[in-house]
Design a protein around this ligand. Structure first.
Ligand code: ADP
Ligand code: ZN
Length: 730
């Protein structure tokens, strides 16, 4: 039973304003339900809030103001309030910020707007039939229940709008006002599906069983790219729809969404709801409302789709679950993968984590018996994982400013002759990572950050990959003013492109890097052309590693397999392993076997050896042992604290003050490291200092952290952010 508060009762309201508590109001005329979205007065303003419970009271009731109005929206469900509270406690995020995540719908307070729609009227026969009139009626009959706007109907029938208007006068077509936010067309779970292989079928059946049980459960669905993970989890989605519950598929990046939506449409006969940064405001509003009213069965979206007000969610799929973009890196620092599991446990739903290269966290959760694991071992059709070999760069004689070894060059030539594609992989955008002055040795840096500027020759600018700042390529050295002595050092994909043109003058070459395309759509279109065979050689950054299909690709050359191994990041080995396996997985997707060549200066490095041997279990076990040994995630807990301020002295002073008062942390056995300048010591003009807290897996870390930081009063211009389970260290 949802509680109802009669008019005048004291209630507490959580608002989206940055306050550290709920506010008391009186229930409005007609009363309100717990969870209702309301508009309340705050000083001279009106703000959005949610009725959170009984008021706290303890002061003069006559002074308490009344709720202005209850919004026309489904009240926030209990489970959403629980979810927001739990995430707030876990990530130490204030509740108002959590509420903002859950109310990312423009015009939540607007009355539902109307529009004129057209559908079949009550009269069967007009005064006379013309071919144009017949077309209009045929469209209406074919799409049974659907209604159209005037323009949609005329366009679909291929007639002018006056034909439709004529039929309205006749009563054959009805014209009426209808709410703008229309339900999503129903999906048909039984429409089509492929004949699953035995292995796929077994996996699908296991997932379906979980969905039908309407219980909580998390399954890691592991399988190489192309093994049919998507086909398998779409069967679970179908089962969920049959159960009458809603499903959510989370994808890591927008570029993948278009391809995926087409696939869903083929499978279920209609498009699902979409939720990501590329969706229009009107559509967002519609999705938010329709999801809450159970008029959207399936949502495909980015991580924030987790906070939509589902009426009854039965399944959450996290595709490419290892992807780092699931971790929100500013504002509320949450990991959508982990929060999907939390949400499912509150809602008695199933989670499917799909990946070819799972995160160590998920692998460990399987080992610990918390997640079930399903494995697809073979690729669909003939394709097999490519043969993987190292090219020992110590033995190659490369002239300076050349990065493609003779061995790799020969293999590419052979592919061109055979009419097959090659991919040259380098995870570095731009022309050159460093620009140096040959006269004084100065390296051009960003004015706002302690980072080097990266030359982007295509855009004729230098760019800071930290803050996005750009400036034109200077003619003279900013330090010694020598003219024409600035030189690029090291390769980016654009520079590699020049080398490839010089080596293979007759080949068709495509450079794929996220910054070379104006939009995700343009990038997608280019990828489709290339996949169809429009290039002989593809030069790409990690955007090519994700999910795209290149049926003619049989060779992958990794320019610098050692690149990811250099950082101090605890996940460096894991990331390199995942990325190299994914890139290699691009080769040989169709009938032709693939080959992946890794250029490396350290072929005996354990990570490189693990990649080549292809023995993933070995790799995970070794990596897990190492992390367990040093007590780091997933076998210990960590929190990163970043202090930032325009004032360098102040930021260190506060850091030291925190380090001097660690009692609350010591009480739970946690250790504190720092303060130290963060790896990137200045971003956008703010100096950054880091502290790192390490604790045992089961230590009550969050309350201790909260008690610890609350001891020190923070100056106004100093920002403190706490990152639980940090993914990146910068
Ligand atoms: P993954 O998600 O593991 O990368 P997909 O589900 O995308 O794999 O499958 C790769 C390709 O193989 C897709 O085009 C898919 O439609 C096709 N495919 C997979 N399994 C089957 C099957 N049993 N029958 C027909 N096509 C299949
Ligand atoms: Zn910068």
């Amino acid at each position: 039973m949802i509680r109802h508060f009669d008019q005048g009762t004291l209630i507490s309201v959580l608002t989206t304003q940055p306050l550290d508590r709920t506010l008391d109001y009186k229930a409005p005329e007609g009363g309100c339900f717990e969870g209702a979205f309301v508009e309340v007065p705050l000083g001279p303003r009106k703000v959005l809030g949610v009725v959170w419970g009984e008021g706290e009271g303890g002061y003069d009731l006559a002074k308490v103001r009344s709720v202005i109005r209850v919004l026309d929206a489904v009240p926030m469900r209990d489970e959403m309030r629980t979810l927001l509270t739990r995430i707030s406690e876990y990530t130490l995020t204030p509740m108002p910020a959590m509420l903002r995540l859950a109310t990312r719908s423009p015009g939540l307070g607007d009355p539902p707007s109307m529009r004129r729609i057209y559908r079949r009227g009550t009269t069967d026969e007009p005064d006379r039939w013309t071919p144009a009139r017949k077309k209009v009626v045929a469209v209406l009959d074919e799409y049974g229940g659907l209604s159209f706007t005037l323009k949609e109907l005329a366009d679909m029938a291929g007639v002018s709008t006056s034909v439709v208007k004529g039929l309205v006068t006749q009563g054959v077509v009805a014209e009426e006002e209808s709410p703008r936010d229309l339900p999503f067309p129903p999906l048909d779970p039984g429409r089509t599906s492929v004949d699953l292989t035995k292995e796929q079928k077994a996996a699908a059946d296991a997932l379906i069983k979980g969905v039908r049980a309407r219980e909580y459960g998390t399954t890691l669905l592991k399988g190489v790219t192309g093994s049919g993970k998507t086909e398998v989890y779409l069967e679970a989605v179908a089962a969920c729809l049959e159960e009458g519950r809603q499903a959510l598929v989370l994808l890591p990046e927008i570029a993948l969404t278009a391809e995926f939506l087409t696939r869903v449409e083929e499978r279920f006969g209609a498009r699902p709801a979409e939720w990501h940064s590329g969706v229009t405001m009107t559509e967002r509003r519609r999705v938010w409302r329709m999801v809450s009213e159970n008029n959207a069965q399936l949502v495909v979206g980015a991580r924030s789709a987790l906070f939509l007000p589902y009426a009854d969610i039965g399944l959450i799929v996290v595709d490419e679950e290892h992807d780092t973009s699931y971790k929100q890196e500013d504002g509320v620092l949450y990991n959508a993968r982990d929060m999907a599991v939390l949400r499912a446990s509150i809602n008695k739903s199933q989670v499917v984590l799909a990946s070819a290269t799972p995160s160590l966290e998920s692998w460990a959760n399987v080992e610990a018996g918390k997640y079930t694991r399903l494995t697809l071992t073979t690729r669909f059709g003939e394709a097999v994982m490519p043969d993987m070999r190292a090219i020992d760069m110590r033995a190659e004689q490369l002239p300076s400013n050349r990065w493609i070894s003779e061995t790799l060059r020969r293999e590419i030539t052979a592919r061109i002759e055979a009419g097959e594609q090659s991919l040259i992989f380098l995870n570095r955008r731009g022309y050159a990572p460093v620009t140096i002055c040959r006269a004084c040795g100065h390296q051009v840096g960003c004015d706002q950050c302690d980072a080097r500027m990266v030359e982007h020759r295509f855009q004729k600018r230098l760019m800071c990959h930290q803050c996005g700042e750009t400036k034109p390529m200077p003619k003279t050295c900013p330090s010694c003013e020598a003219e024409d002595r600035l030189a690029p050092v090291g390769p980016g994909v654009e520079r590699l492109g020049e080398e490839v043109v010089a080596l293979f003058p007759d080949a068709r070459i495509a450079v794929l890097s996220s910054d070379l395309f104006g939009s995700a759509r343009a990038l997608k279109a280019q990828i489709e052309e290339i996949a169809a065979g429009a290039a002989d050689i593809i030069i790409g950054t990690q955007i090519v590693a994700k999910g795209h299909n290149f049926p003619h690709l049989t060779l992958v050359g990794v320019i610098d397999a050692d690149l990811g191994l250099q950082g101090s990041d605890l996940r460096a080995a894991e990331r390199t392993f995942q990325l190299m396996r994914q890139v290699a997985g691009r080769a040989g997707r169709a009938e032709k076997p693939g080959l992946a060549l890794l250029q490396t200066y350290q072929p005996e490095h354990p990570v490189i050896r693990a990649i080549l041997s292809g023995d993933e279990e070995d790799f995970w076990r070794a990596e897990a042992a190492e992390r367990r040994q040093s007590g780091v995630p997933p076998y210990g807990r960590m929190a990163g604290i970043v202090l930032s301020s325009p004032d360098v002295q102040q930021v260190f002073d506060v850091g030291k003050a925190l380090a001097a008062r660690t009692d609350p942390l010591r009480r739970i056995g946690a250790q504190v490291y720092g303060p130290a300048a963060a790896p990137i010591a200045r971003i956008r003009g703010r100096h950054r200092v880091r502290l790192l807290v390490k604790a045992d897996k089961n230590a009550p870390l969050q309350p201790a952290l909260a008690a610890w930081v609350s001891q020190v009063k923070l100056p106004n211009n100093l920002r403190l952010s706490i990152d639980i389970d940090p993914q990146s260290f910068y």
